[in-house]
Design a protein around this ligand. Structure first.
Ligand code: ZN
Length: 243
């Protein structure tokens, strides 16, 4: 079966539409959303509607919980905070109910799914070193854990025999027996790895491959929607840089 796993849409409707079209072209059987439907972008309700109808499994992210007033946002940067307050005012009852019903963790077959980390998924921590990745391998028992949250796509392999973790280079990888993986799928709506195209992942458990996919979308249209909504202009600007 082929899985398409996407995340961190952040109210960017143009990016979401482009990624959905790309996933449909691939004829994927199972579509999985790893959280952060809203925050930063100008079209939260429209994105939620698409995510709700398109996804077989959908999880919550920290920005979804922020929009529902479920977490402390005092540590959010000022622009993110402003976007949270704006988003809270925009969300329809239907959208809020959808977000409130999302789980933070799910496992099926050989994969575990979380927005942030498999250890304490609701603490919304980041995996930004191999040491932290290595600790997180102890918190799930499946072969692969797919995550989002940092907006930077990356594949970390644990060679179980050697007890060694390393980062894979390249966008396509064959799954090996004797290895386990933590795979960050990147972000649809606000990529931060210097490539301004949306990112998502295809996983085929029959041919055992993982591919990080990049999809171009109409950035200018998203930027003008953000400006028109009265959101901070820096949130529009960064989309062009992919940072
Ligand atoms: Zn995010």
């Amino acid at each position: 079966m082929q899985y398409a796993i996407y995340s961190d849409v952040h109210g960017n409707l143009q990016a979401l539409k482009a990624v959905v079209a790309d996933i449909e072209k691939a004829g994927t059987a199972k579509k999985i959303f790893l959280g952060d439907a809203v925050g930063y972008g100008a079209n939260p309700n429209e994105c939620i509607k698409i995510i709700r109808e398109f996804s077989d499994i959908a999880l919550a992210g920290n920005h979804d919980h922020a929009a529902l007033n479920l977490i402390d946002i005092s540590f959010f940067n000022p622009f993110a905070k402003e976007a949270v307050f704006w988003t809270r005012k925009q969300l329809t009852r239907e959208s809020r109910e959808f977000l409130a019903g999302l789980k933070v963790e799910e496992s099926l077959n050989d994969i575990t799914l979380v927005h942030a980390t498999p250890c304490l998924p609701e603490e919304w921590n980041y995996i930004f070193s191999l040491k932290i990745a290595s600790d997180n391998f102890k918190c799930f028992d499946r072969k692969i854990c797919f995550i989002g949250h940092s907006h930077v796509p990356i594949i970390v392999t644990l060679n179980e025999k050697q007890g060694r973790c390393y980062v894979n280079s390249g966008d396509t990888m064959n799954i090996s027996s004797g290895c386990r993986y933590i795979i960050n799928i990147g972000s649809v709506g606000q990529p931060r790895d210097g490539d301004n195209r949306s990112s998502y992942v295809l996983y085929d458990d029959e041919i055992q491959t993982v591919t990080i996919k990049r999809v171009a979308y109409d950035i200018a249209e998203t930027q003008s929607a953000i400006i028109k909504a009265g959101l901070p202009s820096s949130l529009a600007e960064r989309l062009g840089h992919g940072r």
